[in-house]
Design a protein around this ligand. Structure first.
Ligand code: PGA
Length: 240
């Protein structure tokens, strides 16, 4: 997957029907298999009906397989609802639910076991960015989250926390360097090659064209700019 919409706890504007219409009216890509949409859980099956050619995924899963976990969705249930991938380790989940690397590691293993492609997010807070320690910070997260895991369908999303929803991005060469380090670290230390390495954080239909020209940026995880069908279509058109 190369371009993924993360709708978070929002429905697309103005509604799913008109989002779909404005997306298909504007998108020029014929093969949409490299596109994913992660709606709220309750809208997964509806999205599968609307988007037959686009992969639909979940925004999280439980770290447990089943049982007394009120309010949670297991990997198996997410798969059963039609999801084909799952976003894991998003900084909002890490922060709001105290999700640590151990839990993320369990979730990645459960996703793989249940045939959900993991899209795993990593990103540094602003103080780490400012002190120039981003690479070390991300590599130690990679080491912990991917302990004992090797698979050929893992997508990694580099999402600096301070860039999410703020309109502020790192410089392209900074993103490129981190993507290159992530790739090297996965291949040389973790012994797997990520399927793709996406950038996420304030991507829109204007900045995506420059970003995608970098050889280490394979695609995007898009939040706010994916809530309108035409703007997400433009990101797809400019990036694939
Ligand atoms: P944003 O969100 O595009 O609104 O910055 C990205 C994300 O959180 O995945």
């Amino acid at each position: 997957m190369k371009i993924i919409a993360n709708w978070k706890m929002n429905l697309p504007t103005p509604n799913l029907g008109s989002w779909t219409e404005s997306f298909y009216q504007n998108v020029s890509l014929q093969d949409n298999k490299s596109i994913g949409i992660a709606p709220p859980f309750t809208h997964i099956s509806d999205c599968i009906k609307h988007f037959k050619d686009i992969r639909i995924g979940a925004q999280n899963i439980s770290s447990e397989t089943e049982g007394n976990r009120t309010g949670e969705i297991s990997a198996h249930i997410a798969k059963d609802s039609g999801a084909s991938f799952v976003i894991l380790g998003h900084s909002e989940v890490r922060e709001n639910f105290n999700e640590n690397a151990l839990l993320i590691n369990r979730k990645i293993k459960l996703a793989i076991k249940n045939y959900l492609s993991p899209v795993v997010c990593f990103g540094e807070p602003q103080d780490i960015y400012k002190s120039g320690d981003t690479e070390d910070f991300i590599c130690s997260q990679l080491k912990e989250c991917f302990k004992d895991i090797q698979a050929d369908n893992i997508v990694i999303a580099y999402e600096p926390i301070w860039s999410i929803g703020t309109g502020t991005l790192p410089k392209i060469n900074e993103i490129s360097e981190i993507h290159s380090s992530i790739k090297d670290y996965c291949i040389n230390h973790l012994k797997f090659k990520p399927e793709s390495i996406l950038y996420g954080g304030s991507v829109n239909d204007e900045n995506c064209s420059n970003l995608i020209n970098d050889k280490y940026i394979d695609g995007f995880l898009v939040g706010g700019a994916s809530l309108k069908g035409n703007s997400f279509a433009k990101i797809v058109n400019n990036s694939i």
